[in-house]
Design a protein around this ligand. Structure first.
Ligand code: HEM
Length: 396
């Protein structure tokens, strides 16, 4: 029997990677790409082991890109001690106290956007969830989190769009992301320096404080803010579209979510958010490089080999999740790897979780229910993040 292969750019895998993940996990769970020293991991335990093993380098791993200059130096593509220092400078922006401050504007923002959807539904108008709701809302969430003034929103939207592809390791070397990143950094510098004298409850202030305390140089503070945009805007929007698409594909689940009083709606908001993050995560994989010869899942990995934990595959591993392909909003044990794990685990996860819970709370009691619209849904090109360019919905 031929061994199963895996190419994230293949059209059928781009459309639905899960059958290929399953085939690999069953027949070749630690898969060596023919002709390359690159391994794809599909088992939860192997992905977790690599992400938590300090012998693997993210600095080298994140260079496994067609254009590694796309991502300026930040915590994402450094190893300790730089990683520790850069992460420590940004971490206070995601602490519970900071998030309580953000919730004060985030909750009304989500409420306003949920109202827009309901109004469109009442008017019998089809909506495109991706372009009319998920992406513009994600842009506003990140702008509010950073502390950008409303005047900057239009520019920010354009930059966020242009730099978004930078996360994709297969991004075209001619992609315009670098110019946009540098324009964005210039504007961010103005805000960052202004915060030294005028602190506010926002992420710019946290980075400014990190600079004043000697933790982070100005250029590093700018690339950290840039990382929050590149790593934040698109995945936030994709979380919404992927979750709604998963709900549409599982009859009855939207009602379970909306009808919080029904006995069948046993799911807590928290549990539902985790399950919706597990089932089709925006970040399907990340990359590391082995710092020494070692063995993973019985296969010998050589020093310098690239290793790609397929997070989306780990999330469907039957050895870790019962009935893994089923969207189970009441799932009790859910150690998904949608936010990665180990020292590079998503720093933004507390903000994402807060946002996801506010969105689910907005769905509670929602009198309208989505169904696929007249036009077909379209996945966005590119491999990271995974989301929709267009997700047309009609409402009943
Ligand atoms: C649903 C949305 C999101 C998902 C699924 C996601 C997923 C991930 C994953 C898998 C990683 C680990 C990468 C690795 O190990 O190489 C990561 C890292 C990171 N994420 Fe997120 N992310 C999301 C949203 C956000 C947001 C909104 C922010 C910021 C506001 C953010 C900030 C970061 C940062 C700073 C890192 C780097 C952490 C480090 O290297 O120490 N993420 N994210």
């Amino acid at each position: 029997m031929p061994r199963p292969g895996y190419d994230p750019r293949a059209p059928e895998i781009h459309a639905d990677p899960y059958p290929a993940y399953r085939a690999l996990r069953e027949h070749d769970p630690v898969h060596l790409v023919p002709g390359a020293r690159l391994w794809f991991l599909t088992r939860h335990r192997d992905c977790l082991a690599v992400l938590c093993d300090s012998r693997f380098s993210a600095r080298q791993g994140q260079r496994l890109r067609q254009r590694h200059t796309a991502l300026p130096v930040s915590m994402l593509n450094t190893d300790p001690p730089d990683h520790t220092r850069l992460r420590r400078a940004a971490a206070p922006a995601f602490r519970p106290r900071a998030l309580r401050e953000h919730e004060r504007w985030l909750a009304p923002l989500v409420g306003r956007w949920a109202l827009r959807v309901r109004e469109a539904a009442r008017a019998g108008r089809e909506t495109d969830l991706a372009t009319e709701f998920a992406r513009p809302l994600a842009v506003r969430v990140l702008a509010g989190f950073l502390g950008l003034p409303d005047d900057d929103l239009a520019d920010f939207d354009g930059w966020a769009d242009a730099v978004a592809g930078n996360l994709d390791p297969f991004a075209d070397p001619a992609h315009p992301g670098e110019a946009a990143m540098s324009a964005m950094h210039d504007r961010f510098a103005d805000h960052l320096f202004a915060r030294i004298a005028d602190p506010r409850p926002d992420a710019f202030t946290v980075l400014a404080r990190g600079h004043v305390e000697g933790l982070i140089a100005p250029a590093e503070a700018m690339s950290t803010a840039g990382l929050l945009v590149v790593g934040g805007v698109e995945p936030l929007g994709d979380m919404i579209t992927n979750a709604v698409a998963a709900l549409l594909a599982a009859p009855g689940r939207w009602r379970d979510l909306a009808d919080a009083d029904r006995p069948s709606a046993r799911s807590s908001v928290r549990g539902a958010a985790e399950e919706l993050l597990r089932i089709d995560p925006p970040i399907q994989f990340t990359a590391r490089t082995a710092g020494e010869d070692l063995v993973i899942g019985g296969r010998s990995i050589r020093r310098g080999d690239g290793v790609v934990p397929l997070l989306g595959a780990a999330n469907r591993d039957g050895a870790r999740f019962s009935d893994p392909d089923r969207l189970d909003l009441g799932r009790r044990v859910n150690p998904h790897l949608s936010f990665g794990a180990g020292r590079h685990a998503c720093l933004g996860a507390p903000l994402v979780r807060l946002f996801a819970r506010l969105l689910i709370a907005a769905v509670h009691g929602c009198p309208v229910e989505p169904a696929p619209g007249a036009a077909a849904a379209v996945r966005r090109p590119g491999t990271v993040p995974r989301g929709y360019a267009s997700l047309p919905l009609r409402w009943s």
